[in-house]
Design a protein around this ligand. Structure first.
Ligand code: NAI
Length: 673
C-alpha cells in the first residue's frame, strides 16, 4: 500500500494501490501512520510522497464509494490537515495524474514538484459533487480565483506546464521532465527546511468574477456547479477554517441531491458496461490496424471518419462513383471542421487523411483486420456482401454489420464463420455520437466481442452490448416512446407541446424535433416493410400522412415543424396543425386537454417499461447499460441518470396506478401498458 525508503535524511513514500492510487482507507491509514512516525524520527529531515508510473493519485478509491470505509477515519479531510500540520517539509512528487482527492492531497503538502506532462484537476463536479478535502479552499490560494473557478466548476484537468506558467502561482515549486521527477523531488526536499502552508495564504477577492460564475452555474439544471462557485467564494472572504466548514456543508448537501445520485449512477454505469458475462476480463483482443468500410453513404462515411480520427488506416469501398465522391467529401468536411475549430492541426489532419484509401472495388477486404458493412438495409444484399467477405477476408478478420433492424444471425449464416460476425451499430452522425451498440450474435465468439469492445473504446465510443432483436436496445425503446408521442397528438396535444414538456424535463430534444432531424421517412419505410411482412405492431396513419405530404423533416425543409430558409430550429406549422385536425376527425376523436405531466409520464414510462422487457429477454445485460444507451445516444439528461434509473426513483404504487390509468385510456391500443 505504501513503500518507504530513507535516503540521506529524506523519507521517500511511494503509494502503491493500483490502478491509480485511489485513496482507500488502508492507504490513508498508511500515510497517516507514516507521517506521525517520520515526524518523530530524528534521522529524517523531510518527506517526499510519490505515486506510481500511472498516477500520483486518481482521488477517492471508487471501490469504496458508498461504503462506510469511504468516510472512516482518518478520512481525507483529516489526512490533508494532518499532512499540512507536519513540522517537517512534505513534498509531493506529482507525475501523470493528480485528480480529485489526489490533487487535494498534493495541495496539503508544503511543496509540489510536478512532471510537466502531468494533468491536475478537480473533476468532482462531473459526479455532482464538489471537492471535499480542502480543494475549494487551497486551489484558489495556489493558482488564484479565476483559474480555480474554471478548474473546479468545469472539472476539466489542466496540464502542469500551463499551471506552472501562471503568474504568481504557488501550486508548483518545480516543473520538471517526467523522467527526472523523483530525483528532483528528493533534491528539492534535501534543500528545504520550510513548511509553507497554502491555508495561510489569502485569495484576492473579485466579486465581478464570482457573480459571473454564479450566473453561468445557476443557468444549469443541476446544483453542483453553483455549489462549487459558492465554496470557492468562501476562500475569499473568511478564514481558512471557516472556508473548510462551508466546503463541508456544500459537499454534504450535494451528496443528498437526486441529480448527484444520478450523475454518480452514470459514472458507475460507464464502468460496469465493459464487463460482459462469458467474456473473461483477460480475453485476448485482436490487433486492429486496418479497417475496411463497405458503403460510403451517411453511415459508412461517418464510420470511416471515426476510424481515421482514431489514427486507424481505412479502406472505403463503394461501387457507385458519385456516392464514393460524396462520402469522401463528407469525410473531408468533418476533418476540415476539426481544423477550423482548432481541435486538429492542419498537419495532423493531412496525416490522418493520408491513411484513407477509397475504392470502387472490394479487393482491399483481403488486407483488413475488421470490416464494417454499412450498405442499404436489405437482408439479401447484406448476405451477398457477407459471402464476399467470407471469400476475401483473411482468417481472424472481424466481420461487422451496422444494420439497425435486420437479424444479425441471418446475416452471419451467410458465412462459414459466424463466430467472427458481430453487429457494430453506430448512431448518426457516426463520427460524433458517442454510443456504439455492440451486437452479440448467437455464434459471436468471446474474443470477437472483446476485440469489438476494445475497438469501440479505441475510437472513443461508449460501448453497450446488446442481443439480437429488432431495434436492439435504443431503437426498440424509442419506438414505444414515439408511439406514445403520436398517441398524445391523437388525444389533443400539439408536437410543440410534447417537445416543450419533455425538454423542460431535461431531454436535449423532444420526440418530434428529434425525428425531424433523423428523417421521418426512415421509420415510414420500415413501417411499409413491416406491413408487407405482416409484422407491423401499430399503424401510424398520421406519421404516414406527414411523409405522404413530402414532409420528411429537416432534410426536406418541413416535417413536424417548418424549417423556413433552412433553419435548424423548427417553427410550428399550420399545415401540420391541419393534418392533425383532419386525422383526428377521421378517427372521430374528441380532443381533451393533455397536461405536461401526462406527456412526461407517458414518454418516460414507455421507455422504462420496454427497457424492463429487454432485460427480461436478456437483450440488455443490465439496467445501467440501457441508461448508457439513452445518455449517449438519445440526449437523455445525464443528471436524471437514464430511463431505468428514473423508473427506479418512482414509487411502485404510483407507477402501477399510472400504468393502469394509461392502459384504460379509450383508444389506447391494448397490450403495451
Ligand atoms: P445510405 O443509403 O446513406 O448508404 C448506403 C450506401 O451503401 C450507398 O452509398 C450505396 O451506394 C452503398 N452500397 C449499396 N450496395 C453496395 C455494395 N454492394 N457494396 C458497397 N456499397 C454498397 O444508408 P445509411 O443511412 O448510411 O445506412 C447504411 C446502414 O446503416 C443501414 O444498414 C442502416 O440501417 C444502418 N444505420 C443507419 C443509421 C442512420 O441514421 N442512417 C443509423 C444506424 C445504422
Amino acid at each position: 500500500m505504501l513503500n518507504e525508503r530513507i535516503e540521506q535524511g529524506v523519507a521517500l513514500l511511494t503509494m502503491d494501490n493500483p490502478p491509480v492510487n485511489g485513496l482507500s482507507l488502508a492507504l490513508r491509514q498508511a500515510l497517516w501512520e507514516a507521517i506521525e512516525r517520520l515526524e518523530q524520527d530524528g534521522s529524517v529531515r523531510a518527506i517526499v510522497i510519490q505515486g506510481s508510473e500511472r498516477a500520483f493519485s486518481g482521488g477517492a478509491d471508487i471501490r469504496e464509494f458508498g461504503q462506510p470505509s469511504a468516510l472512516a477515519e482518518p478520512n481525507l479531510p483529516q489526512l490533508t490537515q494532518r499532512i499540512e500540520a507536519c513540522t517537517k517539509p512534505v513534498v509531493a512528487a506529482v507525475g501523470q495524474l493528480a485528480l480529485g482527492g489526489g490533487l487535494e492531497l498534493a495541495l496539503a503538502c508544503h511543496h509540489r514538484v510536478v512532471a510537466d506532462s502531468a494533468s491536475l484537476g478537480l473533476p468532482e463536479v462531473a459526479i455532482g459533487l464538489l471537492p471535499g478535502a480542502g480543494g475549494t479552499q487551497r486551489l484558489p490560494r495556489a493558482v488564484g480565483l479565476a483559474t480555480a473557478l474554471q478548474m473546479i466548476t468545469s472539472g476539466t484537468p489542466m496540464k502542469a506546464a500551463k499551471l506552472a506558467a501562471l503568474p504568481g502561482q504557488a501550486l508548483i515549486a518545480r516543473c520538471v521532465p517526467a523522467a527526472e521527477l523523483v530525483e528532483q523531488a528528493l533534491e528539492f526536499a534535501r534543500g528545504t527546511m520550510d513548511c509553507p502552508k497554502l491555508s495561510e495564504r489569502s485569495v484576492a477577492p473579485d466579486d465581478a468574477l464570482l457573480n459571473a460564475a454564479r450566473a453561468k452555474a445557476a443557468a444549469l439544471a443541476y446544483p453542483a456547479p453553483l455549489a462549487c462557485v459558492e465554496a470557492v467564494a468562501a476562500s475569499t472572504d473568511r478564514p481558512f477554517a471557516e472556508g473548510l466548514k462551508a466546503e463541508r456543508a456544500g459537499f454534504e448537501r450535494l451528496m443528498a441531491t437526486p441529480e448527484g445520485r444520478a450523475l454518480r449512477h452514470a459514472f458507475f454505469a460507464e464502468r460496469a458496461a465493459g464487463k460482459v458475462p462469458g467474456v473473461a476480463a483477460d480475453t485476448a483482443t485482436r490487433a486492429i490496424r486496418r479497417v475496411a468500410v463497405i458503403g460510403a453513404g451517411t453511415m459508412g462515411s461517418g464510420i470511416a471518419t471515426a476510424c481515421l480520427m482514431a489514427g486507424l488506416s481505412v479502406d472505403l469501398i463503394e461501387p457507385q462513383p458519385e456516392q464514393l465522391e460524396r462520402g469522401l467529401k463528407a469525410i473531408d468536411k468533418h476533418l476540415g471542421a476539426q481544423v477550423d475549430k482548432g481541435r486538429l492541426s492542419e498537419d495532423k489532419a493531412a496525416k490522418l487523411r493520408s491513411q484513407l484509401r477509397a475504392s470502387l472495388e472490394d479487393a482491399a477486404l483481403a488486407e483488413a483486420d475488421l470490416v464494417i458493412e454499412a450498405v442499404y438495409e436489405d437482408l439479401a444484399l447484406k448476405q451477398r456482401i457477407f459471402q464476399r467477405m467470407d471469400a476475401l477476408c483473411r482468417p481472424g478478420c472481424i466481420l461487422a454489420s451496422n444494420t439497425s433492424t435486420l437479424d444479425l444471425n441471418a446475416i452471419a449464416s451467410a458465412t462459414a464463420r459466424p463466430q467472427e460476425v458481430v453487429g457494430l451499430h453506430f448512431f448518426s452522425p457516426a463520427a460524433v455520437m458517442k454510443l456504439l451498440e455492440v451486437v452479440r450474435g448467437s455464434a459471436t465468439s468471446p474474443e470477437v466481442l472483446a476485440s469489438s469492445l476494445a475497438f469501440g473504446k479505441r475510437i472513443g465510443k461508449v460501448c453497450v452490448v446488446a442481443g439480437v432483436c429488432d431495434g436492439f436496445i435504443g431503437n426498440r425503446m424509442i419506438e414505444r416512446y414515439f408511439e406514445q408521442a403520436l398517441f398524445l397528438l391523437d388525444e389533443g396535444a400539439s408536437p410543440q407541446q410534447v417537445d416543450a414538456a419533455i425538454e423542460a424535463w431535461g431531454f436535449a430534444m423532444g420526440p418530434f424535433r428529434m425525428i425531424d432531424m433523423a428523417g421521418n421517412d426512415v421509420s415510414w419505410r420500415i413501417r411499409q416493410e413491416r406491413a408487407k411482412a405482416g409484422t407491423l405492431r401499430r399503424a401510424q396513419p398520421l406519421a404516414d400522412a406527414l411523409c405522404e405530404a413530402g414532409r420528411y423533416g429537416q432534410k426536406s425543409g418541413a416535417g413536424w415543424y417548418d424549417y423556413p430558409g433552412g433553419t435548424r430550429l423548427g417553427v410550428p406549422s399550420g399545415k401540420v396543425e391541419a393534418l392533425i385536425a383532419s386525422h383526428r376527425s377521421r378517427l372521430g376523436r374528441v380532443v381533451r386537454v393533455v397536461d405536461d405531466q401526462e406527456i412526461c409520464d407517458r414518454l418516460l414510462l414507455a421507455l422504462g417499461l420496454e427497457g424492463e422487457r429487454l432485460l427480461a429477454e436478456g437483450i440488455a445485460l443490465r439496467a445501467s447499460d440501457i441508461d448508457l444507451v439513452y445518455l449517449h445516444g438519445y440526449g437523455f439528461p445525464r443528471w436524471k441518470g437514464g430511463p431505468m434509473f428514473e423508473l427506479m426513483q418512482r414509487d411502485p404504487a404510483e407507477r402501477a396506478a399510472l400504468q393502469a390509468r394509461f392502459a384504460a385510456t379509450p383508444h389506447e391500443p391494448g397490450g403495451f401498458w
